[in-house]
Write a protein that binds this ligand. Structure first.
Ligand SMILES: Nc1ncnc2c1ncn2[C@@H]1O[C@H](COP(=O)(O)OP(=O)(O)OP(=O)(O)O)[C@@H](O)[C@H]1O
Length: 549
């Protein structure tokens, strides 16, 4: 993942790296000027001063340029990663997305993308420091090759220690990042479970201390361990530098000619080198953190297998003449309990203008069948035929455009996201009036004026959206469950017959047995199997319609 990003931004990265190199080289040249100024006579000082000023200004300009370019790269990497993950989520196979779950995706979108972007932002500092350290070593070699050899041995030892520590630190950082995915799940419970947590002190205590607290603590502990190992190894590296300085100053530089100049040169190099070296050693963990995060992003991207049916263009809904499920099956595997829920094999036919009720006990598989029918799940076995033609991978996205569905965990988007226009607003407002919501909410510029409504009212808004979509097949998953008795009557006895009269095929998942008789067909599910399918048993006399509230 990191390498792909680096490859994509090659020209910008090359320019930024070049600016860093110039900045680092200028810094080293500055050091040489300082050393020369300390030992040169007064005659050379004017020329030296000009050179010094030129290098100082060049170092500053190059540093500015490289920092700005790397900041740009960091922000670009951040945006690209976010778009990449979002695209993956949008295009992902729905069943896979359900398995991966929201917390992991959120963790990738926020924390992991930031870590990768931070790496880019810290690159100039790393590069400049690396160049200063290497430049200092070259300068040392020029002053005395024996001392340079000693430095190479010390650096080799330091690097080996650092590498070994690094492997251990990465293990801890990996642990922390895995736990962080769970932590995002707890954050979600913190908001979505706000009511339950306030109503139950014991639950709140156990959640805050046991689950959330433990998770926060694990992330803290693992991160601290990982980063501490880096800090300790940075200090070890630092110590080696001082040990090396001592070795050079007191043992290696003996009674050589030009001793004063060499000693001054070395002293300066050391002083100049220690801070960049230390910074470099502390910056390297960022690269490791970015690597761990990039791996996590890669894992999620792999898990969110691309749904080949999702196409970029807006496919037109196909004409709908007939639909049949032939021996279709879907299974859920429950890892925790190692058991399997199997829906099917199911065989059913649907025709335009048909009002179907899907009924059965909780957990009998009604919602699963609805997801399979609308193409959110691909059948593991069997075939779905639209107008007699088998729906394959390439045609699945187009097939899905036949449906409008309101599931019990429906989502209302801020915008209608459906061909905006004044005509659409007018249509929406007429429907809102029909559903008795005109005083609460309006459609303006393709968006509802508010979504802060009761659950039953929000469901009516979802119904408005479904009406506006004008698809040939509508699926309502316990839509009426949140409606008051008066509006239930309106839904079952007015709206559904109206849809049927318009030629729409409707599948209503319902527990309202007093309305079953209104259906053309009642399909009863038990434990994932159809146990009954046909005309309803006995008609129920219609209760008089009362004005909707
Ligand atoms: N996302 C999921 N992952 C794993 N298993 C699931 C998932 N959704 C449902 N199941 C399993 O499938 C079974 C059927 O669930 P489904 O939601 O289809 O039932 P239902 O008939 O719609 O129930 P209800 O009337 O309560 O809405 C359940 O027993 C559950 O164990």
């Amino acid at each position: 993942m990191l390498s792909v990003l680096i490859r994509q931004s090659r020209p910008l990265l090359a320019a930024a790296a070049l600016a860093s190199v110039v900045s680092g080289v200028c810094s080293v040249l500055l050091l040489a000027q300082i050393n020369e100024a300390l030992t040169a006579g007064a005659a050379a000082s004017v020329a030296l001063a000009w050179r010094f000023a030129a290098f100082a200004v060049s170092a500053m300009l190059a540093r500015m340029l490289s920092s700005v370019l790397f900041e740009r790269l960091g922000q670009r990497a951040h945006a690209e990663l976010r778009s990449f993950i979002s695209r993956r989520v949008i295009d992902a196979d729905f069943a896979r997305l359900e398995q991966v779950g929201g917390p992991r995706v959120q963790s990738a979108l926020s924390e992991h993308t930031s870590n990768v972007a931070d790496f880019f932002v810290s690159l100039p500092a790393m590069l400049v420091n690396a160049i200063i350290v290497s430049g200092c070593l070259v300068y040392m070699a020029w002053l005395s090759w024996q001392v340079f050899l000693a430095a190479a041995v010390v650096i080799g030892l330091g690097s080996l220690g650092y590498h070994l520590a690094h492997l251990r630190a990465i293990r801890h950082l990996n642990e922390a990042s895995k736990e962080q995915d769970r932590l995002f799940g707890h954050f979600r419970s913190l908001i979505e479970g706000a009511k339950e947590l306030r109503l139950h002190a014991g639950k709140r205590l156990r959640f805050a201390g046991g689950l959330l607290g433990a998770s926060i603590e694990t992330v803290r502990r693992e991160r601290t361990r990982g980063m501490s190992i880096f800090a300790v190894s940075a200090a070890w590296g630092n110590f080696l530098v001082y040990a090396f300085i001592g070795l050079v100053l007191f043992m290696l530089v003996g009674d050589v000619p030009d001793r004063m100049r060499i000693m001054t040169g070395f002293s300066l190099v050391f002083v100049f080198m220690v801070a960049p070296l230390e910074a470099l050693l502390l910056l390297l963990p960022r690269a490791s953190l970015a690597r761990v995060s990039a791996e996590r992003i890669e894992e999620i991207a792999q898990a969110l297998q691309h749904d080949t049916a999702a196409v970029a263009a807006t496919p037109q809904p196909p004409a709908f003449r007939s639909l049949s499920l032939e021996g279709v099956r879907h299974r859920y595997y429950h890892e925790g309990t190692d058991d399997l829920f199997t829906l099917g094999p199911i065989s059913l036919d649907f025709a335009p203008g048909q009002l179907n009720f899907l009924v059965g006990g909780n957990g009998s598989g009604k919602t699963t069948l609805a997801k399979l029918l609308v193409g959110l799940y691909r059948p593991e076995q069997g075939v779905v035929r639209l107008n007699g033609e088998a729906v394959d991978e390439a045609g699945r996205d187009r097939y899905r455009q036949c449906f409008s569905a309101i599931f019990s965990d429906f989502h209302l988007f801020e915008q209608l996201l459906d061909a905006p226009g004044t005509e659409r607003d007018a249509q929406g407002n007429a429907l809102l009036a029909k559903l008795n919501l005109q005083h609460k909410v309006q459609v303006r510029d393709g968006a509802f004026t508010t979504r802060a409504l009761s659950q039953g009212q929000r469901k009516r808004l979802a119904l408005v959206v479904a009406y506006l979509e004008d698809r040939p097949f509508l699926v309502f998953d316990e839509w009426a469950a949140d409606q008051d008795p008066v509006f239930k009557e309106v839904f079952y006895r007015e709206l559904l017959p109206e849809l049927k009269a318009l030629g729409k095929t409707v599948l209503v998942i319902s527990h309202d047995d007093r309305y079953f008789s209104l259906a053309d067909r009642v399909i009863r599910l038990e434990n994932g199997r159809i146990v009954e399918s046909g005309a309803p048993a006995a008609p129920v006399p219609a209760a008089g319609l009362v004005a909707a509230s």
